[in-house]
Ligand binder design. Sequence first.
Ligand code: PAF
Length: 282
Amino acid sequence: MKTVETIKELRANIKQAKRKGKKIGFVPTMGFLHEGHLSLMRKARLETDVVVASIFVNPTQFGPNEDFEAYPRDMQRDALMTEECGVDYLFTPSVEEIYPENYVTYVDVEGDITRQLCGKNRPGHFRGVTTVVSKLLNIVTPDYAYFGKKDAQQVAVIDKMVRDLNIDVGIVPCPIIRDHDGLALSSRNTYLSSEQRKEAKILSQSLFEAEKLIYQRKLDSKKIKEFLIDRISSAKNAIIDYVEIVNGKNLNQVNEISGGVLIALAVKFGKTRLIDNIGVEL
Ligand code: PAF
C-alpha cells in the first residue's frame, strides 16, 4: 500500500492505473477506523481492481460547537488496518491540500433532504459533506464509491448530488456493522463512558422492536415513534435529538407506513451524539 499526501501524486497514480483499464474503487473516511470502514474496503477490494481509501477529518462538516478538534485520530493504526484490507492507495491530505488559502467554493444539496433529520440540528453539516465528497470524487475519479448505511441520510444526499451534478460514479451503500450487543459501530463510540456504552444498546434494540411491530402490521408512524421514544427514554442518560419514520427513497415524512421506510434516530449520551437507523420493507 502506498500512502499519498498530495492530490498531484494521487492523480498521477490513478491515471496510470486507468490507462491500464483498471476499475477504481474508493472509500472516503475520516479515520479512526473500525469494522464498519473495513467492510467497505473489503467490498471495494472484491469488486474493483485498484482500491483507494482516504482519511481526512473534514473541518467544513463540523459545526462551531462540535468535536472537530477532539475527533479521534490514529493514523499509524489506521494505515496498518487499511493495508490489511488490501487497499492500494491511502490518501491522507492536509487541510491546506483540500482547502488552500482563499478557498470559496461549496456544494450545497438544497431542500428537505438536507434540512430534516440530522440537518435540523447540524446546520451546514451536509454542505461540508457534499463539498468534500465532490472534491474527493473529482480527485480520485472512482468507478465506484462505498458508503455505510449507518449514515443513511448522508448516502441519500450524496446519491442526489451525484445524480444532480452528473458525476460519473456508482454509489454503493453498504450494510451497517454492529457490535456484539447491536450498537452500530462509530468512531464516536469511543467517547462513551462504560455506563453510557451499556445504555446505548437501547438504540438498536428499540429499532429492531419497532421493525417487528411494523411487520405485525402496526402501521401508524406516530404510534411507532411514541413507542421508540418511550423505549429510548428508559435509558437515564439518553437525550433524544430526533426519532423519525421517513420514506426510504426521498426521506419525506410518512404518516401511514407502507412500502419501504427508514426509521432513523439521533440520541445524545452526555456530549456524544449517536445515530442509527433501520430500513423496513413491507
Ligand atoms: O462518513 C464520513 O466519514 C464522512 O462524512 C465522509 C463521507 C468521509 C466525508 O467527510
